[in-house]
Every structure is written in structure tokens, then in C-alpha cells.
Design a protein around this ligand. Structure first.
Ligand SMILES: [Mg+2]
Length: 247
């Protein structure tokens, strides 16, 4: 894993960034939130790593359905809780009970928000080189603005969220709209995200350059041949991108 020493420097006019698990350590915040809800709703023997992984993997694909505009946020969240409890022995919640669950989850989730330590130095490097940047995320834009500000990354403008068009990545429209708002040509714009399919590969398919920042232990690994075929740059951290920046 990691950038190849022979990787050419980027020819770029701008860079677009994913938020969750790219700039912000969302995985750790989810763990914090799952632990908080588990103390009320799941058996004491629950393995918190397994429960966090199950939450993030979202085997029912409910969050993806939300980002395709097929389901509202409340419904997808409630179905994820239902599935989590089905897997780990928690109760089936009524809508009113789910609202209580959500309060505990959201408070702990926000308490757990922290930037990845390499995010700020990366932004400093972009600022020093005069490279324009902004964020494109599959969550609501105002929520992500709040999150970025809370972790000290408020200088990153939120360009496009799932609410901009009612759909998110991998739909090419969100990538192209983010470029338009940034005033950059897609072919000279790099998109950096932690999810191989909806971030890096989708960016390439939309006509941008795709960078897969595979944060260690964040997602299941991918077949290297598949990664190569996708034509994406593959790194493990934002720091690995610093030698590839122009100038
Ligand atoms: Mg992400």
C-alpha cells in the first residue's frame, strides 16, 4: 500500500475532499456513539468493535439508499438501528423509542468528532501552494459545515452535500457540481476519499482524478488488480499526498 515512489506529481488546479474518514476520524466517533447506545440497548457482552463495524458496514445498504434519494434520513437511520439490534440482541424500537436512541447516539457521536491528525498539515500545504480546495460529502452540507468547524477545519468550504441534488456520490453530478462551484476543470481536479467505489473510482468515472485514501482498518481491503484497473492513486494517509503536490 502507499504511493509509489515513481508516482508523478499531480497536475492539478484544485482538490476536492471527502469529509468522513478522510478529514474527520468518523470511525472513532461512531465507535464512541455505538458504545453510548449499547450501554442502554445492547447486552453487556456485546463486542464493541464488531458492533461498530456492523454499524458502519450497514449490510442493508440503507445509507446508500438514502444517498440515491430512495429513503429519508430518519427512515434509513431507524432501519440501521433495527438491523444492529437484530444482529446483537437489542430490542425492536418504536418510532418514539428510536427518537430517544437517536438523542444518545447523536450526542456521543458529536462528542467523538476529531480531525485526523494529518488533515490540518495537508490543508496548510494546499494553502501554501495556493491550491483551491473544498469538500463534497454524502451527508447534509450544513451538518458537515458544523462538523468541520467543530474539529477545527472550518476553513474547508462545504461545496456539495447529499441535499444539493437529493443524491450523493457516486452520481457524477455531485462531482461536476463541486468542480463548478470551485471553478475548476474536472480533468484537473483531484478527489480524495476513503471509500474506493463511491469516492476514488466514482471520481474517475465522472471525469476527475481519483485518489483513494485507504485509512488503515477503515474498510475491507480491495483486490489490487481492481484498484489498478480503476486508474486511481492509492495512498494510506493524506501525508502521503504531500510529495505529489505540484510545486
Ligand atoms: Mg468518507
Amino acid at each position: 500500500m502507499g504511493a509509489h515512489a515513481t508516482q508523478a506529481r499531480f497536475r492539478m488546479s484544485a482538490i476536492l475532499l471527502d469529509v468522513d474518514d478522510t478529514l474527520v476520524d468518523t470511525k472513532a466517533a461512531f465507535r464512541h456513539a455505538i458504545v453510548a447506545t449499547a450501554s442502554e440497548y445492547l447486552p453487556a457482552s456485546t463486542d464493541m468493535e464488531e458492533a461498530t463495524t456492523a454499524w458502519r458496514r450497514d449490510r442493508g445498504g440503507y445509507y446508500r439508499a438514502y444517498t440515491r434519494g430512495e429513503m429519508d434520513h430518519f427512515t434509513q437511520r431507524k432501519l440501521r438501528v433495527h438491523d444492529l439490534h437484530a444482529q446483537f440482541g437489542g430490542p425492536t424500537l418504536t418510532d418514539a423509542e428510536y427518537v430517544e436512541w437517536e438523542k444518545i447516539f447523536e450526542a456521543a457521536f458529536q462528542e467523538g468528532w476529531e480531525a485526523h491528525p494529518d488533515a490540518e498539515p495537508f490543508l496548510d500545504a494546499l494553502d501554501a501552494r495556493g491550491i483551491a480546495y473544498g469538500a463534497l460529502s454524502n451527508a447534509q452540507a450544513s451538518y458537515q459545515e458544523h462538523k468541520l468547524a467543530a474539529v477545527g477545519l472550518g476553513r474547508v468550504p462545504m461545496l456539495v452535500g447529499v441535499d444539493t441534488f437529493g443524491v450523493g456520490k457516486p452520481d457524477p453530478r455531485v462531482f461536476l457540481e463541486a468542480c463548478r462551484r470551485l471553478g475548476s476543470e474536472p480533468a484537473q481536479t483531484y478527489y480524495v476519499g476513503d471509500e474506493f467505489d463511491i469516492d476514488a473510482r466514482a471520481a474517475v468515472e465522472a471525469g476527475l482524478r481519483g485518489v483513494w485514501c485507504e485509512r488503515a482498518g477503515t474498510w475491507a481491503s480491495r483486490d489490487p488488480a481492481e484498484v489498478q484497473r480503476a486508474g486511481v492513486v492509492h495512498v494510506a494517509t493524506l501525508s502521503e499526498l504531500l510529495p505529489l503536490l505540484p510545486g
